[in-house]
Design a protein around this ligand. Structure first.
Ligand code: HSE
Length: 445
């Protein structure tokens, strides 16, 4: 119980799913925030394009506007919450709120991922903070953990299931043996996937989150353009079944690693050992596996989307800022302006193991030039599995490699495509040796 009470006013822009959750959480917990922190947290002004949302959410008519400018310009508003998503006018909302000396809380991963450097610099110069817990992992408190509880570490690896839509699709493909298109259509019907699923299934959403988490974990600037991206459209039921037989699960992972050559930041379908903790994350849930040099391996699990989980993260950020404001602290900018201090390692330099599935002519001697192509590229094969022919002219052959360089794998795939014996390179999936994620961690005595 605090002795002093301080009113902190928030302005909320966007009353969609998450905005509605935020309005409800603030209203429901107002008295607890007052009791626990001495903060009288008020929704002073809210805006949305649909006036009926205000009534639905119990927002008084005088606290509602359809013009976001009025929220930012309201002199009572201390903190602006941007929850409209997209690039415009979200960028202008950030710019004008920062120019007015107001802190900004946002869940806008697409904008922050692409423009974290520009917006971060603006905020630093204005002496205000941008907080974005909800932008990576929804309700999972991973941003807070990286900024506070894990700050003593040199972070080594972040590997996460950062997109619920794709994890839902891959989980159902795995459990039910269904094809990608079939599950996607079902996911759209059930509301798990958007009508236009591009941002999710092509990896853009997860890449934005990798950019945000890498910037915070590695104290540098990583934008979405720095993150190599490949989605799940080409994953087939055959690949998932092959992976299962070999003891692996296929997940769309966002991976960021600090390497001696720079930051390795990527999103792609990944084969991980079936007994790894990330392999057991199913459905639309998210998880982040974070390795620090002192703490070792940690794992954070939770809902990556949804009105209330996301509102939990947004209001957590708001309360942290409100606490600072109420305590009379000069919050100032983030502790460091995060200049780009570490290079990005190109994907061509990646070294990992690979799963390569080929559609090959089903005739005597067809594998000889295929194996020769691997040898010529200097890629060592660790396993071969030819699936029995179904009587057609071609058959599937799966190659697993020892550790190889991405550049050489791309070269061998081009060489294989050019062979008469190879109908096509059906899929190439990177295999992650999860033990490598902890290289560099301190050993306990
Ligand atoms: N569309 C995202 C997902 C949630 O499927 O996880 C918001 O980033």
């Amino acid at each position: 119980m605090s002795n002093t009470t301080r009113t902190v006013n928030v302005g909320l822009i966007g009353l969609g799913t998450v905005g509605g959750g935020v309005a409800r959480v603030i209203a429901r917990h107002h008295d607890e925030y007052l009791r626990a922190y001495g903060i009288d947290l008020r929704l002073a002004k809210a805006s949305a394009l649909e006036p009926e949302r205000a009534a639905e959410l119990g927002i008084a008519p005088e606290a509602f506007t359809t013009d976001w400018h009025e929220v930012v310009a309201d002199p009572a508003v201390d903190i602006v919450i941007e929850l409209i998503g997209g690039e415009h006018p979200a960028t202008e909302i950030f710019e004008s709120a920062i120019a007015a000396g107001k802190h900004v809380v946002s869940a806008n991963k697409a904008l922050l991922g692409r423009r974290i450097d520009y917006l971060g610099d603006l905020a630093a110069k204005a002496g205000v903070q941008i907080r974005c817990e909800a932008a990576a992992g929804g309700g999972i408190p991973i941003v807070n953990a990286l900024e506070h509880a894990l700050v003593a570490n040199g972070m080594l690896t972040i590997a996460g299931i950062l997109n619920g839509t794709t994890n839902y699709i891959l989980t159902r493909m795995t459990n039910e043996g269904l094809g990608y298109e079939e599950v996607l259509a079902d996911a759209q019907r059930l509301g798990y996937a958007e009508a236009d699923p591009t941002a999710d299934v092509d990896g853009f959403d997860a890449a934005s989150k990798v950019a945000i988490l890498s910037s915070i974990a590695f104290h540098t600037r990583v934008t979405t353009d720095d993150v190599y991206m490949q989605g799940i459209r080409n994953i087939s039921a055959a690949d998932i079944e092959q992976a299962r037989q070999m003891g692996y699960a296929i997940k769309l992972l966002g991976i960021a690693r600090m390497t001696p050559q720079g930051i390795d930041a990527r999103v792609h379908p990944t084969m991980i050992p079936a007994n790894h903790m990330l392999a057991s994350v199913s459905g639309a849930m998210n998880a982040v596996f974070a390795v620090g040099d002192a703490v070792g391996e940690t794992m954070f699990y939770g809902a990556g989307a949804g009105a209330f989980p996301t509102a939990s993260a947004v209001v957590g950020d708001v309360l942290e800022l409100a606490n600072g404001i109420a305590s009379g602290l000069d919050l100032g900018p983030e502790p460091e302006p995060f200049p780009r201090t570490v290079p990005i390692r190109p994907i061509d330099d990646l070294e990992t193991r690979y799963y390569i599935r080929l559609s090959v002519a089903d005739r005597a001697g067809a594998l000889a030039p295929v194996v020769a192509a691997f040898a010529q590229a200097g890629i060592s094969i660790s396993g071969i599995n030819q699936l029995e022919s179904d009587g057609s002219n071609t058959c599937s052959v799966v190659f697993l490699t020892h550790t190889a360089c991405e550049r050489d794998v791309q070269a061998v795939c081009a060489a294989l495509e050019a062979l008469d014996e190879v109908e096509r390179v059906a899929s190439v999936i990177r295999i992650e040796d999860a033990d490598a994620w902890s290289e560099g961690a301190e050993k306990n005595d």
